[in-house]
Design a binder for this molecule. Sequence first.
Ligand SMILES: *Cc1c(COP(=O)(O)O)cnc(C)c1O
Length: 393
Amino acid sequence: MKTKDKGFNTKLIHAGAFEDEFGSATVPIYQTSTFKFKNAQHGADCFSGKSDGYIYTRIGNPTIRAFEQNIAELENGYDGIATSSGMGAISSVFFALLDAGSHIVSSDAVYGPARGILEQDFSRFNVEASFVNTSHIENIIKAIKPNTKVLYIETPANPTMDITDIAACSEIAKKYNLVLVVDNTFSSPYLQKPLNLGADVVLHSITKFINGHADIVGGVIVTKTMELYKKIRHCMVYMGCNMDPTQAFMVIRGVKTLGIRIERAQENAMKVAQFLQNHPKIEWLRYPGLETHPQYALAKKQMNGPGSMMSFGLKGGFEAGRKLMDNVHLALLAVSLGGVETLIQHPASMTHAAVSKENKLKAGITDDLVRYSVGIEDVEDIIEDLRQALDKI
Ligand SMILES: *Cc1c(COP(=O)(O)O)cnc(C)c1O
C-alpha cells in the first residue's frame, strides 16, 4: 500500500511494506549471508548497479531493506541506512563527513561515546572537535572555523534534557556550508522530525524508543539527499556496521507500536514529573513538558510532545541519588532508555563515565543528576515505587 499521504500511525505499520510470493503478512527473516545470482551476467549487473538484486548481507538484505524503507518514510527522508548499533550509525556518519584537517561543532551534552570517539579517536586523524552548549545559538557561531564541516546536535540532549533549536541550526548550517546532523534518539520521529526542520542527516539508536522493548541493539541513519545517502552508505558498508536480518525483524515488529507506546509513556511521564516537582526531597527537575524547563517554549514549538525522559537532582546530592537507585524496585537500575519498562541510572558514573569530570560539569552533567526513563506500566505503581524509595532517604 502507498502510505505517503497517510497518517503517522498508519505509516508505522505499513510504510515500506514488503511483498513476497506467499503473501506473508509480516516481513520474513532472510537469514542468509549471500544471494545466488541467476547467471554470470546477473552477478556482474548486480555489482555494476545495472540490476538492484541482492549480493551479500553486509551490503544489503531484504529484511533490513524493509526496515530502512519504513524509517525513511517516518523521518520523511530520501532513504535509510540500518546499522549494527547507534554508535555504528554515528561512526559511519562521522567517517563519511569528516576529512583529516576538518572540524566539527557538537553539542556538549551528547551520548558519552559519541563525544569519546571524536576526542579519543577522530583526533588521531587530525579531526578537530569543539563541544559547546548548542541551546545557545551564539555558542555555535563562535565555535565555527574555516575548516568546520559538520554541526552535530542532540536534542533533547542526553542526559541534561537541554533542547536545541533545529531550524535555527539549519540556517547556520546553510550559511556556513555545514552538514547538520541530528541525533533524534530521545524523541523518535513520532515526536520530532529534524529533516522537516532543515537537518541534512538524522540518526538513531533504535535500541531505545524505535525498537522499544530492550531486546536488541541497533541504529539507523536517514538522509535528506541521495548524495549524502550514497556517501554514508558506502562508509557503513566498508566499515561493516551493518544490521543483522534478525535485528531488522525485531525492530520492524517493535516500531509498529511506537505511537501508542510513546503516548502512554508520555502521559505517565507528565504525572511522574508533577509528583517529583512537588516532592520536598527533590532539588531540581528537568522535563520538557513542565514550564520550569528553560526551553519549554522551544520544546513546544519543535516537538509534538515532551516525551518520557527526565533528569533530576535530590537535595542530598549524589549520596541521596544512590539511595534512591538502590531502593526502587519497579524501575530497573540500568542504562538505556525508551523501552516499555521504567529505567533509572546515574550518568556521571555510568553512561557518561568516559567524559572527563571537567567536561561533564561544563556540559551540565552534575554528580547529582539522576536520569529517569518512564515506561508504560500503570503510573500509580511507578509513582508509588518512587515515593517509597524517596521516603527511605
Ligand atoms: C544509546 C544512545 C546512542 C548509542 O546507541 P547504541 O545503540 O547503544 O550504540 C546514541 N545516542 C543516544 C542519544 C543514545 O541514547
